[in-house]
Write a protein that binds this ligand. Structure first.
Ligand code: ZN
Length: 260
């Protein structure tokens, strides 16, 4: 077994009907409604995550909602037989990280769109499109319990935004800021933010900090080269930089700050 497979799942309650599950490869969230349960992000463990979730609830499962298609969020989808994701996430989800050996790959995908509402029984979840780190990214706004799930587009470690510097419309700092402003416009509808890595829950003022951080980068405040960190298991791409405002960090590339 590799290090990932060795990890055990742990669950911690964030609210009386919301768990964060760690050990999956990301922070996965189990949401319980009055009628069904839904998982946000299935991680990349080869252990059966659904069996673990069933130790926490007897509810039937509506499936998984993926915040985006990256393998560390989607490779466990098959345990749940059904996954909901943005159309631009499907290709990444099906590919995983290349080697699919040992992962459950047999599951149905249903695509979601901006503004779509899931109701799992007196609990409404709204899809908000926020692609930048990944073009297939969505936030999920729990309108009933006032929680915003942000995947990899906003977290307290660092957001990775096209560090390779290859032009890709949407994968820019300018667009990341546009998305953060979209979340800011909904500020009075959530109290906490639950990201997919590096600690949860976090204060919603991170949204403000990321808007300022994106603006600093667009205004030409010089970034730093200190990107290597234990949380990034790869070499720093040539030219990639880090910038921060307070505790909000972004790793980016000077070629892909603006949309043009
Ligand atoms: Zn990601």
């Amino acid at each position: 077994m590799n290090a990932m497979e060795d990890r055990i799942f742990t669950a911690r309650k964030i609210t009386p009907n919301t768990y964060v599950i760690t050990g999956t490869g990301c922070d996965s969230y189990l949401l319980l409604g009055d009628e069904s349960a839904i998982l946000i992000d299935s991680g990349m463990s080869k252990r059966n995550l659904k069996e673990f979730c069933q130790t926490l609830t007897d509810l039937p499962f509506a499936g998984v909602i993926n915040t985006h298609g990256h393998g560390d969020h989607t490779l466990g989808n098959g345990w749940f037989k059904k996954a909901f994701m943005h159309p631009l996430a499907v290709e990444d989800a099906r590919r995983g990280f290349g080697d699919l050996t040992g992962y459950p790959t047999d599951y149905d995908i249903e695509t979601v769109e901006e503004g779509q509402i899931f109701n799992i029984g007196n609990r409404e979840l709204e899809i908000i499109y926020i692609g930048a780190h990944s073009l297939g990214s969505i936030a999920i706004l729990d309108r009933t319990y006032r929680i915003l799930f942000t995947g990899d587009e906003l977290d307290p470690g660092q957001v990775l935004c096209n560090m390779n510097g290859e032009k890709s419309p949407g994968q820019t700092i300018e667009n990341h800021q546009r998305n953060m402003k979209k979340l800011k416009a909904r500020f009075d509808e959530y109290d906490i933010i639950c990201p997919a890595h590096n600690g949860t829950p976090i204060d919603k003022t991170y949204v403000n900090d990321f808007i300022i951080l994106d603006q600093m980068i667009m205004d030409g405040v010089p970034g730093r080269e200190d990107i290597s960190s234990p949380t990034l298991p790869f070499k720093r791409p040539d030219g990639a930089l880090r910038q921060n405002y307070k505790c909000a960090h972004i790793c980016y590339h000077p070629n892909t700050i603006f949309e043009d």
